[in-house]
Write a protein that binds this ligand. Structure first.
Ligand code: ADP
Length: 476
């Protein structure tokens, strides 16, 4: 059952119960008040008749000291017809509860007689043949006799009034419920609108439209729920895009890897086949063997770099306090021997929290690339500057440069701007990809500025880290 129908049903049940119970008590209360009034009137009538009987008994001349049954009958008859416009219903019984006089149509039983006492007005409600009567009874003392005087008052109208009250109230309740159910349906439809909007958005998301959002139409709890849903949808969408990007990157990686593997292998197999199937002169023999060697070396470098990337991705990062002097000292020693491209070093002393070996690998890759891009020429400059947010490393060259559209791609695995030039330098397009992975571990990223024909500058910032008292590092 729909939620809006449930709201409607619950409201209707509550209203029906409230109106039903309230109506019953209201109509019954009015009825009880009317009945009490009728009982009071019947009792008053009964007292008046008692007084009239006693007065009449005293005034009727009698030759006996005691009231005769015939006199009682006569007074009873007079009293019966003494009413204004209507005939009274009364009954007179003697001390032994023997009926002395009874009006025509007096239907009451004699049960009430047992309850009549001196100064006590007894009454009961009797219900013969769809009629309701109040039967009252009093004790009458006249001329030495004690009699019982009973009256009957028709109160059928009062009961009919109650029945009519219930019927009117029932009709009114049904009418109100019908009107309320229309109003409540509109309200419940309006109240559940945010739920319908959310359901629609959920269905769209389930069908694959992750950009779908629910419109927020209120600022109450439902509005808060919509906001939370939209936030959740945004996070899901971002994660899905991230996963899609990762899958695409992996596929690209595998395609590039197979391509990079196939090219040198084809050449290696071709030259090896030539060596084993033909007798070559010394020069061709050397060239073939040399080709196999250099391509083999390239494959070796490629497999080592790949291994490095995979290891770095799964690596448990263990940074240590390191003097930048140590890193620059290592590079200086390495490039002191190489004279093709001069490498200049300029840095500010500082202590940073890094893994020295990994950072050396990054600086070495960037400096190597800069040297390759500068050949012949130079110089290449490697700088270190202490900044506000961290320590900045810069590797700048005045070499071939990189076209702007390539700058974004060169950090992808196997990407080379000039493939033949890179391959001639034993490159496989994995160096920068490795640098990016290592810098990620250090909370940093590789930035590139380059102008084709003028040179490039690669730089990254290692954030300052505070060493807490227990020795664990916290990022600032
Ligand atoms: P490789 O092993 O081929 O050097 P890298 O990932 O280190 O792979 O570099 C990817 C490509 O980026 C290189 O092939 C080269 O074309 C380009 N590149 C990298 N550094 C520079 C630079 N300083 N100047 C010009 N091009 C560069």
């Amino acid at each position: 059952m729909k939620f809006s129908y449930k709201i409607l049903l619950c409201s209707l049940i509550t209203m029906a119960a409230a109106f039903g119970i309230g109506g019953y008590f209201f109509v019954n209360d009015v009825f009880q008040a009317s009945l009490e009034r009728e009982i009071g009137q019947a009792a008053d009538d009964s007292s008046i008749l008692k007084f009239a009987f006693e007065t009449a008994a005293l005034n009727i001349p009698s030759k006996y000291d005691i009231l005769q049954n015939s006199v009682i009958e006569e007074i009873g008859g007079n009293l019966e017809n003494s009413g204004q416009g209507s005939r009274r219903l009364l009954r007179l019984c003697d001390e032994d509860q023997k009926v002395l006089y009874a009006s025509d149509g007096f239907l009451g039983d004699t049960v009430l007689l047992g309850e009549i006492r001196e100064q006590v007005r007894a009454y009961q409600i009797i219900h013969p043949d769809r009629h309701y009567y109040i039967q009252t009874g009093v004790m009458v003392n006249a001329l030495g006799r004690t009699l019982y005087l009973e009256t009957m008052k028709d109160v059928t109208d009062v009961y009919a009034e109650r029945t009519r009250g219930f019927a009117v109230y029932r009709g009114l309740t049904i009418l109100i419920l019908v009107c309320c159910s229309i109003v409540m349906y509109i309200f419940s439809y309006w109240l559940t609108k945010p739920i319908r909007i959310l359901t629609g958005a959920t269905k769209k998301m389930t069908a694959g439209d992750y950009s779908s959002r629910a419109e927020q139409i209120s600022s109450d709890e439902m509005g808060q729920l919509t906001m939370d849903f939209n936030h959740m949808a945004k996070v899901v969408e971002e994660n899905i895009h991230k996963l899609e990007d990762e899958v695409r990157a992996r596929e690209d990686f595998i395609a590039a890897f197979s391509h990079e593997l196939k090219t040198p292998l084809t050449a290696v197999i071709g030259y090896a086949d030539m060596l084993r199937s033909r007798k070559l002169d010394d020069e061709k023999h050397f060239l073939s063997a040399n080709y196999i060697y250099t391509e083999g070396k390239r494959l070796e470098t490629m497999s080592l770099r790949l291994l490095d990337i995979i290891v770095t991705r799964r690596y448990e990062h263990e940074p240590q306090d390191t003097e930048v002097d140590e890193l620059f000292g290592y590079l200086k020693d390495l490039y002191a021997e190489r004279n093709e491209v001069p490498v200049l070093f300029r840095y500010e002393a500082a202590r940073i929290r890094v893994e020295a070996n990994l950072l050396k690998s990054v600086l070495l890759n960037l400096t190597d690339n800069a040297c390759k891009a500068s050949e012949p020429g130079g110089p290449v400059e490697v700088r270190g500057e202490a900044g506000e947010n961290g320590y900045c490393f810069l590797v700048e060259d005045h070499g071939v440069g990189i076209p702007p559209e390539e700058c974004r791609k060169i950090t992808e695995a196997f990407y080379m701007v000039d493939k033949s030039r890179s391959r001639s330098h034993n490159g496989a397009g994995l160096g920068l990809a490795l640098c990016v992975e290592i810098l990620k571990l250090h909370g940093s990223s590789l930035e590139i500025e380059s102008t084709p024909g003028e040179g490039s500058c690669f730089w990254f910032v290692i954030p300052w880290e505070e060493v807490s008292a227990d020795g664990t590092a916290e990022k600032t």
